[in-house]
Design a protein around this ligand. Sequence first.
Ligand code: ZN
Length: 502
Amino acid sequence: MPGTQDLYQELIGKYRECSTLGSVIGLLQWDMQTMMPPKGAEARSEQIALQSGIMHQRLIDARVGELIEELLTRGEKLQEAEQSNVREIARDYRQAVKVPVKLVEELSRQQSIGHEVWVKARETADFSLFAPELSKLLDLSTQVAECLGYPETPYDALIDRFEPDATASMFTRLFDDFKTANKPLLEQVLNSPKLPDTAFLEIEYPTDRQKKFARHVMEKMGFDPDAGRLDTSVHPFCAGEGNDVRITARYNTEAPQQAIFGIIHETGHGLYEQGLPKETFGTPLSEPLSYGIHESQSRLWENIIGRSRAFWQYWFPELQKIFPEQLRNVSPDQFVLAVNKVQPDLVRTEADEMTYDLHIMLRFEIERDLFSGDLKVPELPEVWNDKMRKYLGLSPPDNGKLGVLQDVHWAQGSFGYFPSYSLGNLAAAQFWAAIKRDLPDSEQKISHGDFSEILHWLRRKVHCHGRRYKRNELMKLATGRSLGAEDYISYLKEKYTGLYGL
Ligand code: ZN
C-alpha cells in the first residue's frame, strides 16, 4: 500500500489539473467580455463547452474517488491543512458525481431557453411568457437538489452551491433580524429634512480622467499591477486568480461615481484573489471560501471604506485636482452625502446601501417559498409587487425591467445565489468591527490614504486561509463570533444618523 503522502500528492496533482483547466475557462470568458470580436461567439462557446466537459470528467474520475476515500480513513496521518484540502476536494467531487450528466445537460439546455424567453418577456413586460420556462427551471433545479441532498428544503442544496453549509432557515433568521432593525432607521432617514444635492455628479466627467483617478486608488489600496489588469466591459466583474487578476469597469460620463465605486468594489475582490496563498496554488487552500465571503471583501472596500468621510478626506482633494471645473464649488461633506444618498429604487442594481438588502431579502423569500411550495409561479408578479410596497414603499408600474423580470438570475436558473450578496454585507460589517477593535487608529490611517494595515489584517485573518476553515470557523477566528446581523445594523445606524444629522 503506498504511503499517505504519496496518495495525497497524487490527489493534489489531479485536482491541480482541474484548477488549471478552470483557469483556462476563466480566461476564455474574460476575453469574451472584453476583447473578443462579436463574430467569435460561436467558436468561443464551443471552446468553453469542451474545456468544461474535460474538467468535469477529470474531477469525477474514479481514481479521484478512491484517493479521497482512502485519505479520509487515514486523516490523522495528514497535517491539519492537508486534511482541509482533502475535505474540500471531497466536497467538490461529491457535488460533481451526485448529479447525473443527463440532468446537467437538460438543465443547461433549459437555461439557454429560459434566458432567451426572459429577454423577450422582459422587453414586453409579459411575465406569462416567461412563467412556463421558469416552472421548468424550478422543476429541474429541484431534481438537482434531490440528487445533492439537503437538511430541510431542496432550496438548502441550491444555496449550498454558493454558500457552503448555509441554509434557508439560517438566512431567514439573519434577514428577519436585519429587517426589524432597519425599518425604523430607514423611515427616519427618508423623513429627514436633509436632502443630498447630486446635481454636480450629473455633468460631464471625461472617461480617461475617471480611469486615471481610479487607477491611483487601486494602487493605493494595494492592488499589484504586475499581477492584474483593469479593462472595460459592459458588466463589471473580477476574474482570474493569484498572479493574474482581471478587473473590469464600465464608465458613465455623467455619473462618475459608478465607475469609481465599481472599481473600488472589484479591486476588493481582486485583493482577495491576490492575497490567497501562493504556495498551495491550484488547491482549495488557495481558493476563495464562498461567494458571500468574496462579496464581503468587495463591499468592505466599496461601501464601508470607500464611501466613508475618512476616505474622502484624503481623496476628495485628489479628485478635485483631476476635475477642477466640475467640483469647484463642492465640499468634501457635500460629496460624501451625495454618494451616500438614500432613495428607494425599483431596480436592485440602482439601490443604495440602506435599501439594497431589502431587494435581496424580497428575492430570497420568493425563492424560499417557491421551493417549499408555498408560492406558485403565476402568483409571482403579485407577491413581488406586494413585497416592494411593504419593504420599499414603491409600486412597480409593470412586470418588466422595473419589476419581477429585472434580474438575469432566475432566467439562468441561479436559484440560491441572491442571499450571498447580503451575507457579504453582514460579514463585511463584522470584519470592520473587528478591524476597529484590533486597529483603533484605522480610520485615521484611511484619512491619510494609508490602507496598508487594513489590508494586512485582511490578508492575515481572511485571505491567507482560502477554504481551510468553514465560514463560521473563519468568522470566529477573525472576529470572535459566528456570523450575525448586529454589527451591520450598528454600522448602518452610526453612519446614517451621522450623515443625515438624525
Ligand atoms: Zn461583487
